[in-house]
Design a protein around this ligand. Structure first.
Ligand code: GDP
Length: 387
């Protein structure tokens, strides 16, 4: 019989000479350590962003998108500083600037212009942004292109994920293109995009495009973070066919029929008149802006300059009447309230006493064995009375 000291020789113990596999994937450890090392500090982030360094800007956006608490904390500190820096420029005497290649009558606001663009897939959103974006960078603007597409994941190719869709802009040093944050709740994706706008503005991008697919709730989210909302449409396909809901038409500051070229030009002009007539049936907007209808061709670039002038005209109306400031205050207030609501909801559903019992109660409700009201109040009671 083997002595206790010989235990390690037993068949149950590990044989000598056989190396044990690492408990943790060594490559992953190296990668995580590398990432930690390469993460710039707050000051490095801020200096980089304020000097318009796109690599640092991208890294800061990645922080915003990260769910690690450490990254989130740093991201929030950076955003706060970026917001402070903006307050010290907006409202100063230098609120507007007139670029030398522009007629002196056109005053460009130093604070950015945020443009939301929506329309069904294939309507030409990226081609339009490419055309308007290159027109603007040639004029000395710095443009950022962001997207909201909560249904996407990066691996599946989110909107803007495929950079070849904007060939010229993707290599333009005055353009910054960032794909939609990967899939998540609409609220989460919208928050990330909102915060990304703040960073891009701090980095000196003065025209921000936010693109979204015109088929769902994401338009409302985009509308709540931009100054101007542009709806791109196709000629010859009704609203129904294009999946455009009435609510989206009501939100639009301009409806533009794209692909107004070749044989399609005439059809586009007819469609424009139809939309203009249809818009008369809507109540006039309170801000005094009558939504514009127009046609353009993102391919030949016909009409692109005209649409930019419409955006400028709208911007200067909002600035003159103080509505721009008010709009942004309202948007901030909305973010504040939504964040509280989202936080409360998350806290409720992740509480142990709720998460453990909710699926059981849900099936009882489906079976009809409990009343939904009393079940809801019972759960809320459990949540509020938890130790
Ligand atoms: P998105 O899905 O809305 O971003 O649409 P894209 O920008 O990818 O465009 C879809 C297709 O329409 C592409 O093949 C474009 O080349 C084409 N397209 C976009 N704009 C125009 C235009 O103004 N005229 C014509 N003829 N084709 C266009």
């Amino acid at each position: 019989m083997a002595k206790a000291s010989d235990d390690k020789e037993s068949a149950l113990s590990v044989m000598q000479g056989i190396e044990q596999p690492d408990q943790i994937n060594a490559d992953a450890v190296k990668k995580i350590r590398g990432q930690r090392r390469s993460l710039p500090g707050k000051n490095e982030f801020l200096t980089g962003i304020f000097s318009g360094n796109r690599t640092i800007l991208s890294k800061a956006i990645t922080l915003i998108e990260s769910s690690l608490p450490l990254h989130q904390k740093l991201a929030q500190e950076i955003i706060t500083e970026c917001l402070k820096s903006r307050q010290s420029t907006v409202g100063s005497q230098q609120d507007t600037v007139s670029p030398s290649d522009q007629p002196s009558s056109i005053q460009y606001p130093l604070s950015s212009i945020r443009v939301g663009i929506t329309g069904v897939p294939g309507v030409g959103k990226s081609t339009f942004i490419e055309a308007l974006g290159t027109y603007l960078t040639a004029k000395g603007h710095k443009i950022a292109v962001l997207a909201i597409d909560p249904s996407s994941t990066r691996s599946k190719g989110s909107i803007l994920g495929d950079k070849t869709r904007m060939e010229e802009l993707s290599v333009d040093p005055n353009a910054f293109i960032r794909p939609s944050p990967s899939a998540g709740s609409l609220g989460g994706v919208a928050r990330k995009t909102r915060e990304t706008i703040i960073l891009c503005e701090a980095a000196g991008f003065d025209v921000i495009f936010v693109e979204t697919v015109g088929v769902g709730q994401s338009e409302t989210a985009v509308h709540s973070m931009v100054d101007f909302f542009l709806l791109l449409m196709l000629a010859g396909a009704g609203d129904e066919l294009q999946g455009i809901k009435r609510g989206i038409i009501e939100m639009a500051d301009a409806i533009v029929i794209n692909k107004a070229d070749g044989d399609n030009l005439r059809k586009a002009q007819i469609a424009r008149v139809e939309y203009a007539n249809a818009l008369h049936l809507y109540p006039p907007p309170e801000n005094g802006w009558i939504p514009v209808t127009d046609v353009c061709s993102s391919r030949t670039k016909e009409g692109i300059e005209r649409i930019w002038e419409v955006i400028l005209r709208h911007h200067s109306l909002l600035e003159k009447t103080g509505q721009l400031r008010q709009k942004r205050f309202d948007q901030n207030l909305q973010v504040f309230l939504e964040t509280i609501e989202e936080g409360l909801r998350e806290h409720f559903y992740s509480a142990k006493e709720i998460s453990q019992s909710i699926s059981k109660i849900r099936s009882e409700i489906i079976r009809g064995s409990v009343s939904p009201y009393s079940a809801a109040w019972e759960l809320l009671g459990r949540y509020y009375n938890k130790p």
